[in-house]
Design a protein around this ligand. Structure first.
Ligand code: NAP
Length: 420
């Protein structure tokens, strides 16, 4: 018997739990999640119009439903329980806390209204309780910094018409904000060449299929080299004379050096490869340049991740997912990685000398933490599906209070609690 705690409930966490169940027949696994709802990046990172990709949540849900797995939603490590306490109660603890902090460019004007990190922006349009709508209006020109798939997601959500967004789980508030912006142009700006872009071909090509938006390249001569990405961008260069309600314009070899504006953003300044400084007007800029892991109690990240050796941070403490390797890879990357880390745990961690769940339950009760178990999560899920209606596939609850109400957990308990 081994008692294992996993902190975080995104894809890396669920795949780790699944692998541990397969490798350790009598493992007992408790998953601690600071929000009342599970699935992390699947719920709050995958774009709301890519419901096919989001469907992986069903696979992850099956893991949470297993007998030897317990979900402890609305339990924040650091607020309700300490990492050190989990280490003393469980035979092994795994950090699966992802990378939720937006990397910063550290250039002038980054805090101007209208400049927002991709985590905050995608979190907002995905209904994350921590994030709000950009505090600006009248966006005619939106500018996206970065040449990865998150940049494409953000561009696509801004570019799509309401009809194209039907069937997503975007909230009515998000739809209203998007519909209210008179967007004419979306600029996607990379600091390196077209051949260095990190887009995947399928995601890039999708921009060429939108109803009201047409992708182009600012300088066709900047598209040289080989490969599927360059070929797709080359097809976009032929759109230069096409008129459209929204133009998605790719720029390459431009390094951001400043955000300009008095009360709010009005333009972004770049330096080109030959040293020339250029400005692109924009009322909204979304920096899609990656993420960093936050500290978890006494576990402190370095260079955006928890320092680890093939998933091991220290004796009995492990790490998986973006908290381990940084913000890279796709959802299946986590499955392969989780298998390796699970194998390490199975080999290294001796059979139980600790109480696991039997020790944590009295502690949470004593602290009056109102945690959301798997059955309560399913009540939230049912409530969100019932709120769908009309053109949405899900009516996400966007506040912790709303989620706890739908979970029907005892809200008379001190929620949130705090360790003293
Ligand atoms: P990413 O693929 O690493 O792209 C980050 C981009 O930001 C790169 O173009 C990078 O340029 C640029 N960048 C970094 N620092 C910069 C700076 N200081 N100034 C200017 N540009 C800077 O990251 P991502 O787009 O956030 O995606 C994260 C992961 O999620 C990726 O593995 C991605 O494929 C995955 N994802 C997949 C999907 C999908 O499959 N549909 C959707 C979304 C995300 P350099 O290359 O020059 O460093």
């Amino acid at each position: 018997m081994k008692h294992i705690a996993i902190i975080g409930s995104g894809p890396a966490s669920c795949y780790l739990a699944d692998s541990l169940l397969r490798m350790i027949p009598d493992a007992s696994i408790d998953i601690f999640e600071r929000l009342p709802v599970p699935f992390g990046l699947v719920r709050y990172g995958i774009a709301p119009d890519h419901q096919g990709t989001k469907a992986v949540a069903r696979v992850l849900d099956r893991v949470l439903s297993r007998d030897r797995v317990s979900f402890f939603g609305n339990v924040e490590v650091g607020r309700d329980i300490r990492l050190e306490e989990l280490m003393s109660l469980y035979d092994a603890v795994a950090l699966a806390t992802g990378a939720s902090r937006d990397r910063r460019l550290n250039i002038p004007g980054e805090d101007l209204p209208g400049v927002v990190g991709s985590g905050a922006f995608t979190g907002w349009y995905n209904g994350h309780p921590d994030h709000r709508a950009p505090a600006i209006d009248g966006v005619r020109s939106a500018l996206i910094i970065g040449n990865g798939n998150v940049a494409i997601d953000v561009a696509r959500v801004l570019a799509k018409s309401s009809t194209e967004l039907a069937g997503s789980d975007l909230s009515a508030d998000v739809m209203s904000w998007l519909e209210a912006q008179p967007i004419e142009s979306i600029h996607i700006v990379g600091r390196r060449s077209a051949a260095d872009a990190k887009f995947t071909q399928h995601e890039l090509a999708e921009l060429g299929t939108l109803q009201r938006a047409v992708p182009t390249v600012m300088d066709p001569a900047s598209v040289f080299g080989n490969g599927a990405i360059v070929e797709t961008l080359r097809t976009f260069t032929k759109n230069q004379s096409r008129s459209a309600q929204v133009t998605i314009c790719f720029h390459f070899n431009l390094t951001p050096i400043g955000f300009l504006g008095n009360e709010r953003l009005s333009a972004v300044q770049f330096r080109s490869a030959n040293g020339a400084v250029t400005e692109i007007p924009a009322q909204l800029a979304v920096t899609c340049i990656g993420y960093e892991t936050r500290a978890c109690c006494t576990a402190n990240p370095a260079n955006g991740v928890f320092t680890n050796e093939e998933g091991k941070v220290e004796d009995r403490l492990y790490v998986v997912g973006w908290a381990k390797r940084g913000p890279s890879g796709t959802i299946p990357t986590n499955r392969a990685e989780a298998q390796q880390v699970a194998q390490k745990i199975a080999q290294e961690v001796p059979d139980s000398v600790r109480p696991g769940r039997a020790g944590v339950l009295p502690l949470l009760e004593q602290r009056q933490v109102c945690w959301v178990d798997y059955a309560a999560w399913r009540r939230i899920d049912a409530a969100e599906l019932a709120r769908a209606g009309g053109e949405r596939c899900r009516g996400k609850l966007t506040t912790v209070t709303g989620m706890l109400k739908a979970a029907q957990v005892d809200q008379s308990l001190s929620c949130p609690s705090a360790i003293t």
